[in-house]
Design a protein around this ligand. Structure first.
Ligand SMILES: Cc1ncc(COP(=O)(O)O)c(C=O)c1O
Length: 452
């Protein structure tokens, strides 16, 4: 073809048919909020206490060792700057397998552990490998939006179960399974749960509930438990050293996909890790090969050293820091936010707040709040777009998305900034609704008279 003719012709715009989900599913609310940088950021769970000096020290150690190797004309250095195995570096997997066994009571060997680009990737990959459109996933209400939207993208039907201050209520699992069999003619394929300090409510499952969940779900050999332990390292007080995941009961590594992440230490490293039943692991390694070939070898080398030598020195400080932030936010909510409910986490990054007035719309209000320098995540983002709910009366209904809720993240800012930001948020809510704010109260539940 004559290129001159091509260049002279006015080009018509590209016209493409996109996949349906591009228009039917929204952008993640958290990703959207990341575009703004208000002074008081209570939006996504950005870690604000990071062992940066330790990471510098590790990088310096690695570089000095490499200099010696380079002088010796060794080619070993090349490996860290190269493509690696899709399932992750042996060094990191070895350290993690030891730690998972010793600290988390997960029985595993190095081959069982795989590395992904954040735990977000394994969450997506599990559904990508298991879900054919119409397959059912059970989870709590509300639930981690980073799990819900990708699952819906893949065609999963999400059924949400009631949760309370202790997290997922096990009694509803059996009910949900029976309802799914009756209404949709199939058993759910996955139960997704975050046992430690869940996102968004910050609730933690008791040992009793964990046992009940195992008893119920292990009764079905076609339901996989996906256990997301993203916040297991950020547990306050003594429980921080006493991790007992559901996976502890999966002696033969058959029934539970256990996943966690290093990113609460340094989000930018983007390294997640998991222990999966054998067949699922093989499928996921295949899928990861399609997504990104492998995760960064250099970053894995940094983390292998961090987990081997440094993490247990840092964790007590990190946990105490987040606990102080959590307390600062709880006190400020108690003193300054209008009447409502709020959760009291014992770890993790988030508090869930519900206004007493059920018709208040935190989604409509969020842009105004950002314009005044305060960001939070509207709670409606933590419900499926098009799912179902099992009600407390054990009925199956289309999933409702309450508007009067918000997730407040305390991970990024200092206790002082948190106190100021929540005070400002309280003032903004008050101006919005022109109702008074309670002066102070001795209980975490405000009672009665102030309503927005
Ligand atoms: C519960 C939960 N799971 C998984 C993730 C994904 O984290 P990452 O990909 O950084 O490991 C997050 C992120 O906030 C989360 O809150």
């Amino acid at each position: 073809m004559n290129t001159k003719v091509l260049l002279d012709t006015k080009q018509s715009p590209l016209s493409l048919d996109y996949a349906d989900w591009v228009s039917t599913l929204p952008e993640s609310e958290i990703r959207r909020l990341l575009r703004f940088s208000p002074k008081y950021y209570f939006g996504g769970g950005k870690p604000g206490i990071l062992p940066i000096e330790t990471f510098h020290q590790i990088i310096e150690e690695i570089i000095s060792e490499e200099k010696i190797l380079l002088q010796e004309k060794s080619t070993r250095v090349l490996d860290k700057y190269n493509y690696g195995a899709t399932e992750g570096s042996i060094a990191l997997r070895t350290v993690l397998a030891k730690r998972l066994k010793k600290r988390d009571h997960v029985s595993c060997v190095v081959e069982d552990v795989i590395i992904t680009t954040g735990s977000q990737q394994i969450l997506y990959a599990i559904n990508d490998c298991l879900i054919t459109p119409g397959d059912i996933i059970l989870t709590t209400r509300p639930a981690y939006l980073g799990y819900l939207l990708p699952a819906e993208k893949l065609g999963a039907k999400i059924i949400t179960l009631p949760s309370d201050e202790g997290g997922l209520i096990p009694e509803f699992i059996d009910t949900a399974i029976a309802l799914c069999q009756k209404e949709f003619g199939r058993t759910p394929k996955i139960l997704y749960t975050i046992p430690y300090s869940d996102n968004p409510k910050g609730t933690t499952l008791s040992s009793k509930r964990k046992r009940q969940i195992i008893d119920i779900v292990f009764g079905y050999n076609d339901i996989l438990i996906v256990e997301d332990a993203a916040y297991k390292e950020i547990q306050f007080g003594k429980q921080g050293n006493n991790i007992h995941p559901l996976k502890e009961y999966d002696f033969d590594n058959q029934r539970i996909a256990y996943l966690s992440t290093s990113t609460k230490e340094a989000a930018s490293f983007r390294i997640g890790y998991s222990v999966l039943p054998e067949d699922l692991r093989q499928a996921i390694i295949k899928a990861k090969g399609y997504y990104d070939l492998c995760s960064s070898e250099f970053v894995q080398a940094i983390l292998a050293r961090y987990y081997e030598k440094y993490i247990d020195l840092q964790l007590p400080l990190i946990r105490r820091g987040y606990e102080d932030r959590c307390k600062a936010m709880l006190y400020a909510i108690e003193d300054h936010l209008p009447n409502g409910y709020f959760s009291k986490p014992t770890g993790g990054f988030f508090i869930w707040y519900e206004t007493a007035n059920k018709s208040f719309d935190t989604l409509k209000f969020v842009q105004k709040s950002i314009d005044k320098d305060v960001a939070y995540v509207p709670g409606s983002a933590f419900y499926p777009q098009d799912g179902y709910s099992v009600t407390e009366e054990s009925k199956l209904i289309r999933c409702e998305r309450p508007t009067n809720t918000m997730r407040l993240g305390y991970s990024l800012l200092s206790p002082e900034m948190i106190a100021k930001g929540i005070k400002l948020l309280g003032r903004l809510l008050k101006m919005e609704t022109r109702f008074r704010i309670p002066s102070s109260s001795s209980s975490f539940f405000n009672k009665g008279s102030f309503i927005i």
